[in-house]
Ligand binder design. Sequence first.
Ligand SMILES: Nc1nc2c(ncn2[C@@H]2O[C@H](COP(=O)(O)OP(=O)(O)O)[C@@H](O)[C@H]2O)c(=O)[nH]1
Ligand SMILES: [Mg+2]
Length: 188
Amino acid sequence: MDKSKTKDDVIRLTVVGDGTVGKTFMLVRYVTNKLPLGYEPTIFETHNCTINLNEKRYNVILSDTSGQEYSDRMRSFSYSFALSNCFLICFAVDSRTSFENISHVWIKDVKKANRKASIVLVGTKSDLRNTPNETISKEEILKLVKEIKAHSYVECSAYTKDGIDNVFNEAVRVAAKNMDKNSKCVIS
Ligand SMILES: Nc1nc2c(ncn2[C@@H]2O[C@H](COP(=O)(O)OP(=O)(O)O)[C@@H](O)[C@H]2O)c(=O)[nH]1
Ligand SMILES: [Mg+2]
């Protein structure tokens, strides 16, 4: 059986970041095109979809996380994390704490779980940039991108839908590129 072929077709994306940054809203908006208003789930069930990019079709498995993983850290957390090809590490552009926790908490967990996975840094709630709220500057973000060696930075708003499709297209693009690179490093 050609194991590598079936494996390469599947891309596992895992969304992490502090609670309330908007991870679940981002996923629900992308998958259903709606906002989960009125019921606000803490977590969005794992969802399979296909994303076409550069005339190629990818089977994508999207996983949300809720922080619950911490209570049972050594099992579900490390297990689902270890399988991930790409992490979308999120902060909300109006939350300095969520931004700082990326270098304090999230990058460490992600690296511990899977050193080879790609990293896309995601700034959520971009609609708040047009309000008097204090938001994280582009300079600070670029500095963090370099520090954590993220493959890219994307910004989105589940409320306005700005950048939502781009988050997932970009994640698939960097994951596919990274998997390609890793599969070429075969030791025979
Ligand atoms: N302004 C704004 N608020 C948002 C956006 N997305 C989510 N929120 C709010 O942030 C809260 C937390 O979102 P949620 O997706 O549950 O966060 P999670 O804990 O990271 O999954 C919700 O009550 C939303 O109303 C957004 O794009 N813009
Ligand atoms: Mg959630």
